[in-house]
Design a protein around this ligand. Structure first.
Ligand code: NAD
Ligand code: FES
Length: 277
């Protein structure tokens, strides 16, 4: 059992839980994730480790409440416990040792970018972060990223920072020159747009993929993606890949596959089991 020591609402549907998991806090590296089960028999949910405090033995999990299981998870309160936390899973981020990095976070994906920017900053890499949300209340991790370097905030409606998508600001940073690598995490259309943007600049672009995961061990095949024409499993081969080689259309299609099941689970959780096969 993993006790929840702190809970914070980061945006209208994004919650941070600081959870006791001392061994994971000690060994986790940026880019890695855990799979959690809120209770016995519950759905397995993959979540990035957004931060860790080895001294307190805690890891920070950032959860977007989009389905039945994630809503159950964010309903937990301080002093409640999460049944299982497995990890750290996946390959750590390949960090450059020097130079200049552009870290791009879209919406809840900004929580995934944070540990990468933090680790790069600790190595002495110059970090510029471009983060975005639909509106001011959807922008997360702004203060944390400011501790790692320059931050450009974008909102779709212009209510905070610049008006526009993260790709608009990222284009200006790339055009100014000097960027050695780009790390981008967010919704699939954003990561695809970033990969298309950076390709003509010839800047290596790392994206973190979020296909449906079940076991997290490479055995179920649920998280398969296509990278450079080869099948890869995001849980064991990723979750980070070369953005210029990812088949984003296939990823978007596969993410749609489970939408109906999710709608049905949501309707049942609301006591409205009217969706039938
Ligand atoms: P969102 O849809 O509100 O978008 C956040 C920001 O991303 C926007 O403000 C904009 O700046 C940028 N963006 C979105 N679409 C874009 C496009 N077509 N071109 C350029 N920029 C674009 O984001 P959200 O609701 O927080 O994100 C939800 C999605 O992110 C979910 O589908 C979730 O599965 C995914 N997600 C991905 C990861 C990952 O590891 N890749 C992690 C968490 C969540
Ligand atoms: Fe099952 Fe990756 S989650 S193979």
């Amino acid at each position: 059992m993993h006790k929840i020591l702190a809970k914070k609402q980061l945006s209208p549907n994004v919650t941070r839980l600081d959870v006791l998991a001392p061994r994971i806090a000690e060994i986790k590296q940026p880019g890695q994730f855990v799979i959690v089960r809120a209770q016995e028999g519950g759905e397995r949910i993959p979540l990035t480790i957004a931060d860790a405090d080895p001294a307190k033995g805690t890891i920070a999990l950032v959860i977007q409440a989009v389905g039945k299981s994630t809503r159950e998870l964010v309903a937990l309160e301080v002093c409640d416990a999460i049944r299982d936390v497995s990890g750290p899973l996946g390959h750590p981020t390949e960090l450059i040792a020097s130079g200049r990095a552009l870290c791009i976070g879209g919406g809840v994906g900004t929580a995934v970018v944070h540990p990468i920017a933090k680790a790069l900053h600790a190595k002495g890499v110059q970090v510029t972060s471009v983060i975005g949300g639909r509106a001011k209340e959807w922008v997360i991790f702004e203060d944390d990223l400011q501790k790692c370097g320059d931050v450009i905030v974008c909102t779709d409606d212009g209510s905070h920072g610049r008006k526009g998508f993260v790709t608009d600001a990222a284009k200006e940073v790339l055009t100014a020159g000097g960027i050695d690598i780009v790390y981008a995490v967010g919704p699939v259309p954003m990561m695809r747009a970033v990969a298309n943007l950076t390709r003509p600049f010839g800047v290596h672009t790392v994206v973190s993929l979020n296909p449906v995961m079940v076991d997290g061990t490479g055995m179920c095949g649920g998280c398969r993606v296509e990278v450079g024409g080869e099948t890869k499993f995001a849980c064991v081969d990723g979750p980070e890949f070369d953005g210029h080689k990812v088949d984003f259309d296939l990823l978007a299609d596969r993410l749609q596959t489970y939408r109906e099941f999710e709608q049905r689970a949501n309707a049942c959780a609301d006591g409205q089991c009217r969706i039938r096969r």
